[in-house]
Write a protein that binds this ligand. Structure first.
Ligand code: FAD
Ligand code: GLY
Length: 391
């Protein structure tokens, strides 16, 4: 006898149309739920647009992040299947590239730090190995031959995050989801003790579940009760792109130096990123920021000197107090958070989408996200971002 499927939840409203809101929406709509995403501007043009698209669980991990690393690895393992499923659902290939990631040291001092990174990777069980000069230059002939050392993490891939946004929008719409863009700031509506919907563009929309996925702006979402307001702040990143000849790219792997990373795209763009700055929502591109990125990238890959700069931009990582995402229910019934993905929101898209959609549909918390709830910060009342900046 077939088990009775769990009842579908009532209407679901998602605030924020970045990769997190869109991917959760896609999973829910594909499962037959009634979902509307409310995006104040154009969907996917926040951090999800600004990102580099690295799936760098091994290369980007830092000391003290063992628990987060488990989640990053889990999501990394989901990516190949997720990309294939998304291509099937949307007809868009998100360009999952599997060359792997190389981290280099440009001096003896940096070599010491690269050794520490390698030791940490080994402790965590990352599949990484030192590259000898011959293999390094065979893989990447345009690198500075005087580099002091290099590590390869073969399993750290990359995707084209702007294509990811487009693919998710299409997959969500094809699954029957409704995307409401350019509606201005959306507010959460709550009753006595539960979420009851959202207000967008002057109209009220009723929903049984409201998922707030507003990235770095989450604490500023109007109507979010203090008890459900997450400790998230904007972490500014400046970035630029130069153009390579796509038929003869001067880089194929993702490349990390200690002050910049370089991400080659199939269309010939070479992204150079990114600064990490505590400057609130400051949108300025600075000479110092660009200089530091270019100097570091040029020391590793001198050939960038000849390449035209085609784009530069600023994005805001949603950084939480412990740099890990904030995923799950809140003290307010029906109000769910999916935010704080900081440096890894593209990498964490598959696990976030699966786990939050699963939570909404079944009420069960996926063990993978059990340690990433808002409750880990204890009782708190987080200063909203705007007041924090003006303080
Ligand atoms: P966002 O993409 O910022 O989306 C939030 C959306 O909510 C926005 O569209 C915004 O307009 C909307 N919104 C806000 N307030 C409201 C409101 N009141 N009403 C309606 N809508 C609202 N991650 C990786 O995994 N790999 C990388 O290589 C990588 N590189 C990065 C490089 C840079 C320079 C930056 C800035 C980030 C990078 N990240 C990377 C991190 C990643 O981009 C983010 O973690 C991820 O995009 C967060 O997705 P999101 O959907 O939560 O946020
Ligand atoms: N993950 C790369 C960045 O946040 O800059």
């Amino acid at each position: 006898m077939n088990a009775t499927p769990p009842p579908r939840p009532g209407k679901i409203a998602i605030v924020g149309g970045g990769v997190i809101g869109l991917s959760i929406g896609w999973r829910l709509a594909a499962a037959g739920c009634a979902v509307e995403i409310f995006e104040r501007g154009a969907a996917g043009h926040g951090a999800s647009w600004a990102a580099a698209g690295m799936l760098a669980a091994g290369s980007e991990v830092e000391p003290g992040e063992r628990v987060l690393f488990g989640l990053l690895k889990h999501s990394q393992s989901l990516w190949p299947g997720f990309a294939a499923e998304l291509a099937e659902a949307s007809g868009i290939d998100v360009e999952l590239r599997t060359e792997g990631t190389i981290s280099v040291a440009l001096s003896q001092d940096e070599l010491g730090r690269l050794r520490q990174t390698y030791a940490l990777q080994q402790q965590l069980g990352v599949n990484s190995r030192w590259l000898g000069r011959a293999e390094l230059l065979e893989r990447e002939p345009h690198l500075n031959p005087r580099l002091a050392g290099a590590i390869l993490v073969p399993g750290d891939f990359q995707v084209e995050n702007r294509m990811l946004v487009e693919a998710l929008k299409l997959a969500f719409a094809r699954a029957g989801g409704v995307l409401r863009e350019n509606v201005g700031d959306v507010a959460v509506r709550t009753g006595t003790d539960r979420a009851v919907g959202v207000t967008a563009g002057g109209s009220d929309y009723t929903a049984e579940t409201v998922i707030v996925a507003a990235g770095a702006w989450t604490p500023d979402v109007a109507g979010l009760p203090a008890a459900a307001c997450p400790p998230v702040r904007p972490v500014k990143g400046q970035m630029m792109a130069v153009r390579m000849d796509p038929a003869a790219p001067i880089l194929n792997h993702v490349l990390w130096t200690q002050k910049a990373y370089l991400v080659p795209r199939l269309d010939g763009r070479l992204l150079i990123g990114a600064t990490t700055e505590e400057r609130g929502f400051d949108t300025s591109l600075t000479a110092g920021g660009m200089l530091s990125l270019l100097e570091s990238a040029w020391r590793a890959l001198p050939g960038i000197e000849e390449l035209p700069i085609i784009e530069s931009w600023v994005g805001f990582r949603p950084g939480s107090r412990d740099d890990a995402p904030i995923l799950g229910g809140t003290a307010i019934e029906g109000l769910v958070l999916a935010t704080g993905h900081h440096r890894n929101g593209i990498l964490l898209t598959p696990i976030t989408a699966d786990a939050i959609a699963g939570l909404v549909m079944t009420g069960e918390t996926d063990p993978a996200i059990a340690r990433f709830g808002l409750a880990r910060f204890g009782p708190h009342e987080f200063e909203r971002t705007k007041s924090w900046i003006s303080a």
